[in-house]
Each structure stands twice: as structure tokens, then as C-alpha cells.
Ligand binder design. Sequence first.
Ligand code: E4P
Length: 217
Amino acid sequence: MKFFIDTANLGQIKEAQDLGVLDGVTTNPSLMAKEGITGKENILKHYVDICEIVEGDVSAEVIATEYEAMIAEGEELAKLHDQIVVKVPMIKDGVKAIRYFSEKGIRTNCTLVFSAGQALLAAKAGATYVSPFIGRLDDISTDGLGLIEEIRLIYDNYGFETQILAASVRHTMHVLECAKIGADVMTGPLSSIEGLLKHPLTDIGLAKFLADYKKGN
Ligand code: E4P
């Protein structure tokens, strides 16, 4: 499973990259705003800065919601860096845009996916990644991980190559469950990745090893 970090914070991206397990970054307009990145030029520059830190794919989301404007914006984003994946919302014009980008060899991440039907449509249109938002489904008492299972089944039934990118991951158990189900990628905060490190028996065991070493040296 690939690990993406879901942030526009350069410090956190660098920290995750330095850990040596990072495969990419996802951003969205809210995450950019959270870092105070505003204005088109600054936003485009920020995407390039992210690409220079991380070695993998970097999702950059279009703001346009109409087909022609989405195409223009997506082509501009794709030209910024060869690591850029154009993030397109699951709306009618978005599906058409994904088909267009797919035919042009521009990679896409279909975002704001909340149902298996939407995921099927994204795969039919040729999306590189599909992003079901599991945390936001859990927030409304709907089974986010269950959606990942449904999409896995459908994609495997037909051999779709679209990668399931479990998004809106909130914690380490989401990461583990996604790995069990067979999500291709997960994107979450740094804490969801670092949580995988932790076990009290590791800390206790290490303390004992070091104490025993000190006794003999
Ligand atoms: C996906 O790419 C989105 O950026 C993201 O995962 C949304 O997560 P949230 O529900 O925590 O905002």
C-alpha cells in the first residue's frame, strides 16, 4: 500500500519524506488555505515546492467546475511538474474532464467520492486514482471502510486499473484496516502514519536492552 500525506504543510511533508516511507502528497483548497497559501501564483509555486520535497505523486485540485475551464486549469497544473496528478471533483463535468485527461496521458485523482457508483464511474472515465472519503462518511454514521471494500470488489471484478486512494483517513486504525481490505493507497495526517510506530512493549523492551548493556559496559 502506498502512503500519501494529506497536507500542504511543507514541514510535515519533509518530516514524512525523511521517515523514508512516503509515496506522495494530497492537497485540497482547504489544506492550502489552512497554510495561508492564497492567490494563483503562490498556490502554483507551492505545488512545485511540494514536488521538490517528495519523490512521488502530488495531487493538485482544480477550482473550476465547468468542463472547458477544468481542462484549461488541469493542463496548467499538469505542466507545473511531472509529479503532479490533477485532482478533479466527482461531478458531471469532472467525469468528462477525467476522460479527456486520461486520453491525453494526464493523470487524475477523482475526489469527493462517497459511493461505489461514483467510484465505478470514475474508473470507467479512466481516473488514475479514486478518492473515497472514509472519515467524512464515518462522521455521518456511515461505514467508510465498508465503501472501500465495495469498491475493491467492483474493481477486482472487472480488472479496473484505477487505484483506490482511501482519503479522509483520520487515524492509525483507518490505515491498518485499509491495508487489510486492499486499498492501493491511503492519505492521512502524519500522525496516522507515525501511530504505526508505537507499541509499549517496544519501549519497555528497548529500555531493558539499553539498561542491560550499561550494566556490562
Ligand atoms: C483527499 O484527498 C482530501 O484532501 C482529504 O483526505 C479530506 O480529508 P478530511 O475529511 O480530513 O478533510
